[in-house]
Design a protein around this ligand. Structure first.
Ligand code: Q9C
Ligand code: ZN
Length: 362
């Protein structure tokens, strides 16, 4: 191992609360399979970063419920916080994760008032969830709250003067919308951090999303708001999750028109192709002239061996991508999203954050 670099250690904000968001299964092609979004993901990333000597581990501080309520509707928060208890009270097996068994589709929603929804939160889960990949267990709500606190604590460190802070959020956040959970996400950590920046006086905040998937939740939250630029690189949704959003034609609306930039990438895109598209995204961010740190939704599911994705990045590409993002000159609040090739997550995190860290220091 090379000697640690002389730069001061970068804050790595992490918590063990996520360990209880475990025993998860998802439904895929008619089968129940172990959920790709596992606790080991966060453990291997944390251990690999600490082994470099370049990071200092810090627990999140409790930021209370207000920052979550600034982004998510109260009924969604109420659902996340209470759905497990309602299911258990109604006889749900505590050893089994909870998944919706119906979804509130347009046809029904059009003639249904929200106050007609069933009282049991487990019975209305399908009104607030858009897929079968977002299992809930007893520890889910506390883990989701801790992930938000991780993001907000990382933000605090950057506002105190760090060029980079990394929040090891789990569960991830970018698929969660104002009133929807999905894609392994409950509270939208990155959106909450961006909204917190606005509440602290920023006028223009940019979010860059380099997770493999389109951050449909983040896009929805800021769709009609010009003060937040959302730029996302992702696998072409014509072929892959989340299917219904992330097309280049989606550019925002109203005050937010032009403040959403989607850069879908063809299957098999390699490092050179990725960096080419990234340059377009970075140019848009530079032109936006944010007056706040960059909020980065960071996923490693762009990796060639990711089990549910279709891009072709290799570990060395992450160092280039990190360096490229650093060249923007913004301080960065980096928040973990996806990445499911567990054996490679540590090396990819070290490469990416190392490139970013060195670039921001130089
Ligand atoms: N058979 C994030 O990366 N569906 N979420 C996968 C696999 C859900 C990904 C289907 C993918 C969600 C944060
Ligand atoms: Zn993803």
């Amino acid at each position: 191992m090379p000697p640690p670099s002389p730069l001061p250690p970068t804050p790595l904000i992490a918590s063990d609360a996520h360990l209880a968001h475990a025993g998860l299964v998802e439904l895929y092609a008619g089968r129940e399979i172990p959920c790709f979004e596992s606790p080991e993901r966060a453990t291997v990333i944390r251990d690999a970063l600490l082994a470099t000597g370049d990071y200092r581990l810090e627990a999140p501080e409790d930021h209370g419920p207000d920052a979550i309520a600034a982004v998510h509707e109260l009924e969604l928060i109420d659902l996340v916080e209470g759905v497990w208890a309602d299911a258990i009270a109604d006889g749900h097996d505590p050893a089994r994760p909870l998944l919706p068994d119906t979804f509130l589709l347009r046809e029904y929603a059009a003639r249904m008032w929200l106050d007609q929804l069933p009282v049991g939160r487990h019975q209305r889960l399908g009104a607030y969830c858009f897929d079968t990949a977002t299992p809930i267990v007893a520890g889910t709500a506390a883990a989701a709250r801790a992930a938000v606190d991780i993001g907000l604590t990382a933000l605090d460190r950057v506002l105190e003067g760090e060029r980079l802070a990394y929040g090891l959020c789990r569960p991830p956040g970018h698929h969660a919308g104002r009133n929807l959970i999905g894609g392994y996400c409950f509270y939208n950590n990155a959106a909450i951090v961006a909204e917190s920046l606005l509440s602290r006086g920023a006028e223009r905040v940019a979010i860059l999303d380099v997770d493999f998937h389109h951050g449909n939740g983040t896009q929805q939250i800021f769709w009609d708001r010009g003060e937040v630029l959302y730029v996302s690189l992702h696998g072409d949704p014509g072929a892959i999750y989340p299917y219904y959003s992330g097309y280049a034609t989606e550019r925002g609306a109203g005050d937010g028109e032009g403040a959403t930039l989607n850069l879908p990438l063809p299957p098999g895109t390699d490092g050179d192709g990725y960096v080419g598209a990234l340059e377009e995204g970075l140019a848009a961010i530079a032109a936006f002239e944010a007056d706040a740190p960059l909020v980065l939704s960071l996923g490693f599911d762009t990796y060639h061996a990711d089990p549910i994705c279709n891009l072709s990045l290799v570990t060395d590409d992450y160092a280039r991508i990190g360096a490229s993002i650093a060249s923007l000159g913004f301080s960065v609040v980096a928040l973990q999203e996806g990445g499911y090739a567990v054996d490679a997550l540590g090396a990819n995190a070290v490469a990416f954050l190392g490139g970013l860290r060195d670039g921001l220091a130089g």
